[in-house]
Design a protein around this ligand. Structure first.
Ligand code: KG4
Ligand code: ZN
Length: 339
């Protein structure tokens, strides 16, 4: 007979965070540890896959022990891990670790989709929002507007045709000599800058769909930088403020159009870029004007974490398997069944 309450271990290694968490279906999150490789990749201005894989190998056992704390491994009922999308090498490390544990503890595995984890992250803290709703999922790898009709029932309404918005933040930061990841650095510098100083384009603002494009915006920043003799701190701040203004304007206009067209009454903001305060302010204004519900995960659960993976696993007990097949895959479109 299935237990009434289950403890799900979650493992996340899709990019540059090594994360493990424990989710108890009765008590909620009971353990969590994250190690971010930001410093390791900082000097390169982006994630170096081989370095990321090696570092996951070095950290994962320690992170697992930290997340478990005093909880005995025998109380784990099932093990959920990110199988994609992400870097294949780093995903395989999480998968192998999960399979080793599954064998040792004789517990089943649930390979889950990282994007679906981000979608469900706000519910971790017990917040409520009825289906259907829209999600704006904005991270280093994705810029998506998703119609969420239920668990496993998703339709992608819009997406970026080129760079993801987080990628644009990272690349612009690198262009003007700021560190990695670019999002938080740009946000900080933008506080002192003038958002009207540079007139950067807001690509596809008026297109009749929900798609985005961020590479033109990034190129426009590049041209502006090339025209400058010297990038002073003041200029850096103005570029950050103007870029952040343009990027968030497009995100907000598109989600607003999607809300009006679909008549959905709630949105979830997810992914690393959802930590951006200007974006949150603009979405709050939209919330008031359209009278909708908005949920944001706490900042720590906007960026990559294993709590969202453990929680998602807890909803997918029916998919748990004792088979040790490899499911790790760099591309895994949201809503597609695990192969
Ligand atoms: O979700 P996430 O941690 O990892 C991926 O799955 O990509 O998102 C990381 C991305 C990076 O591109 C980072 O620059 C961006 O989220 N980011 C931000 C902020 N914090 C993180 N972008 C804008 N403003 C922020 N405060
Ligand atoms: Zn992510």
């Amino acid at each position: 007979m299935q237990k009434l309450f289950m403890i799900t271990l979650g493992i996340e290694t899709s990019c540059d965070e090594t994360a493990v968490a424990l989710y108890d279906s009765e008590k909620g999150l009971i353990g969590e540890a994250v190690f971010s490789q930001i410093e390791l990749h900082g000097e390169y201005g982006g994630v170096i896959p081989e370095l990321a894989s090696r570092d996951h190998c070095q950290k994962i056992t320690h992170i697992y022990k930290t997340a478990l704390g005093k909880t005995h491994p025998s109380s784990i009922d099932q093990i959920a891990y990110t199988a994609g999308p992400g870097l294949l090498g780093t995903l395989l490390i999480g998968e192998n670790f999960a399979q080793g544990l599954a064998l040792a503890l004789n517990k089943p595995l649930i390979p889950v989709n990282h994007l679906e984890g981000h979608l469900m992250a706000p519910f971790l803290s017990g917040e409520k929002l009825d289906f259907p709703f829209l999600t704006l999922l904005v991270s280093g790898g994705h810029s998506l507007i998703i119609d969420v009709r239920g668990l496993n029932d998703y339709e992608i309404l819009g997406q970026s045709r080129d760079d993801a918005v987080g990628e644009a933040f990272d690349k612009v930061a690198k262009l003007i000599g700021l560190g990695y990841p670019g999002g938080p650095e740009i946000e900080k510098m933008a506080q002192q800058g003038d958002p009207e100083k540079f007139k950067f384009p807001q690509p596809m603002l008026h297109s009749d769909d929900y798609d985005f494009s961020f590479s033109g915006l990034k190129t426009s920043v590049l041209y502006s930088v090339q025209d400058l003799d010297k990038i002073t701190e003041d200029v850096q701040a103005d570029i950050c403020a103007s870029f952040q203004h343009a990027a968030t304007e497009v995100l907000v206009k598109k989600i607003s159009k999607a809300l009006i067209d679909t008549g959905r009454e709630g949105i979830i903001l997810a992914g690393g870029v959802a930590a951006n305060k200007l974006l949150r302010e603009k979405i709050s204004t939209l919330q008031q004007s359209l009278n909708i519900t908005v949920l944001y995960p706490p900042i720590a659960h906007c960026t990559d974490n294993a709590a969202m993976i453990a929680y998602l696993g807890s909803l997918k007990t029916n998919e748990a398997t004792y088979q040790l097949n490899s499911h790790a895959r760099p591309r895994w479109p949201l809503g597609d069944a695990i192969g």
